[in-house]
Design a binder for this molecule. Sequence first.
Ligand SMILES: NC(=O)c1ccc[n+]([C@@H]2O[C@H](COP(=O)([O-])OP(=O)(O)OC[C@H]3O[C@@H](n4cnc5c(N)ncnc54)[C@H](OP(=O)(O)O)[C@@H]3O)[C@@H](O)[C@H]2O)c1
Length: 234
Amino acid sequence: MRVIVTGASHGIGQGIARVLARNGMAVGLLARSTEKLDALATEIRAHGGTAFCAPCDLRDAVSTAGAITKLTQDLGGVDALINNAGLVIRKNAFDLSMDDWHAMVETNINGVFYATRAVLPAMRAQGSGHLINVSSISGKFPLPGGSAYAATKYAVTGFSQSLFQEVRDFGIKVSIVYPGSVDSASHRHDAEADHSWKVSPEEVGEACLGILRTGPGNCIHELEIRPLARPPKA
Ligand SMILES: NC(=O)c1ccc[n+]([C@@H]2O[C@H](COP(=O)([O-])OP(=O)(O)OC[C@H]3O[C@@H](n4cnc5c(N)ncnc54)[C@H](OP(=O)(O)O)[C@@H]3O)[C@@H](O)[C@H]2O)c1
C-alpha cells in the first residue's frame, strides 16, 4: 500500500510513518522541515522500507498540489492519504491574535482540503482510496482555553463526515481519528510535567494501520484513541 502522511516531520505523523513503513507500506512524507523529513526517510530506508519526501507548506494550495503530485509519482500511485498535519495554539478568545486564528484555520482546515483535493482525482479514477483525517477529541467536545483550535477540529469532523457521503460510491473510504492526549512536543503545554501516561505517536500509528487494513467492503469511519491512564494529580 502507498500512503502519503502529512505532518510526518515529527510527533504523531512521524510515529504513523514509522509504523506503516515497518509494516511494509511505502510512505510519502510531507511537512515543511526538509531536514527532518530527509532524516526520517533515511531511517526508514535503512530498515529496508520505502520512503519519499516532499517538503511543502500546506497553507499554500499550489505547493500542496505539487507536493502530492510528486509523492504520487515517486510512489507509483497513491492508495491512502493521512491528513495529520496540524497546529495547536492554546489561547482563549480574549488572547488569541488574528494571526493565531489564521494560522490554525489555514493549516488545520485549508491544508486538509488542499491535500484531499489533490489526491481525489487519482482515487476516483482507480475506484479506490482511503483518506484518514486526524481530528481531535477537541473536534467532539468543548475545549475551554482553546476555542479556535476546537473550531478547526470540529471543521475537520464536519468535512470528513460529509466527504464520506460524497466519495463512498467511488470506492473511497474516509476515516476520522480522534486522538486524546498524545505525547508530542507541541502538546507538552507544561514541559516540566510527566507525560509518560499519554498515548505515544506510534500507538496512533498502530491505530491507523488497523484502519488501513480493513477489507474492501467496510470502513472504520471514526476512531477515538485515548490513554488508559489519567494525568497525574498536580
Ligand atoms: N498531540 C496530541 O495530544 C493531539 C491530540 C489530538 C489531536 N492531535 C492532532 O494530531 C496532529 C499531529 O499533532 P502532533 O501533536 O503530532 O503535532 P506536532 O508534533 O506539532 O506535529 C505537527 C506536524 O504538522 C506539520 N505541519 C504543521 N504546520 C504545517 C504546514 N503549514 N505545512 C506542512 N506541515 C505542517 C509539522 O511539520 P513542520 O513543522 O516540519 O511543517 C509537524 O510534522 C494534529 O492535527 C493535531 O491537531 C494531537
